[in-house]
Design a protein around this ligand. Structure first.
Ligand code: NAD
Length: 238
């Protein structure tokens, strides 16, 4: 099966790689469910990753994101991230990374033009639309920091449950999905939409890479049961 997929890869002119939390598991970044351990085991994702949750307890949610930020800053891109970036360097313009991950590891591995559908853990933005007094260079420090004049809060620049995806990124990802001849779906459970819908809307072949069954297996032309850091170098290296 790997040989057939390698052949598809060699023949494909336009490839999209759609990644989810499993892509970073071997770097040591917990998947969403695994992140609910230790200090955070008593909280539900709905309380930590929604605007309502943040408004109800900004410090709690800010601290959870700080701990995830610090966790991600301590880890490195894995062999899978690196194999993707190396392939892109050898074949400029042939492979586009569309990710649901907020950890920035594809970007740190050197992948150009990553479409980060769910934002970036390393960045903040304003909770309310910024007023003239709101200047990110002049913040009152705190957990979270705020505008010293009006009190507007900074929040993580990630897409929370119930929020829209960034329009431009989603439109570019939909175009790429429609126009590609091969899509590699790596490390996603395939239950979070609209990202999972990209694999159903593509005109190209779909290859799922995941050690466990996923909700996108039925849309796949091939399912490779293995991990991102083991299989991607095998598939992408010449
Ligand atoms: P998910 O947690 O729902 O599913 C992870 C998938 O990865 C599972 O299907 C699992 O079998 C698979 N997997 C586990 N280890 C793997 C490995 N080594 N190689 C390949 N696959 C592996 O993740 P999701 O589908 O991305 O959806 C969760 C949501 O949570 C996303 O919206 C994402 O934005 C967010 N999230 C992001 C990060 C991150 O940035 N690293 C981490 C946790 C959650």
């Amino acid at each position: 099966m790997n040989d057939e997929v390698r052949q598809w890869l060699r023949a494909a002119r336009r490839i999209v790689l759609l990644s989810g939390a499993g892509m970073s598991a071997e770097s040591g970044v917990p998947t969403f469910r695994d992140a609910q351990t230790g200090l955070w085991a008593d909280f539900r994702p709905e309380d930590l990753a929604t605007e309502e949750g943040f408004r109800a307890d900004p410090r709690l949610v800010w601290d959870w994101y700080q701990s995830r930020r610090e966790g991600v800053a301590r880890v490195q891109p894995n062999a899978g991230h690196l194999a993707i970036a190396a392939f892109q360097q050898r074949h400029p313009g042939r492979l586009l990374v569309v990710t649901q991950n907020v950890d920035g590891l594809h970007q740190r591995a050197g992948s150009p033009g990553v479409l980060a559908l769910h934002g970036n853990l390393a960045e903040d933005k304003w909770l309310e639309p910024p007023r003239p007094c709101c200047d990110p260079a002049r913040l009152a420090q705190g957990r979270p920091p705020r505008c010293p004049a009006c009190g507007n809060l900074r929040r993580p620049a990630v897409v929370w449950f119930g929020e829209m995806l960034p329009k431009a990124e989603l439109a570019a990802a939909e175009d790429a999905a429609r126009g590609c001849d091969l899509m590699l779906v790596v490390g996603t459970s395939g239950v979070v939409y609209p990202a999972a819908g990209l694999a159903r809307a593509t005109g190209g072949r779909v290859v799922v890479i995941n050690p466990e069954p996923s909700a996108l297996d039925d849309a796949a032309d091939a399912v490779l049961r293995g991990t991102a850091a083991l299989l991607l170098p095998e598939l992408l290296e010449e």
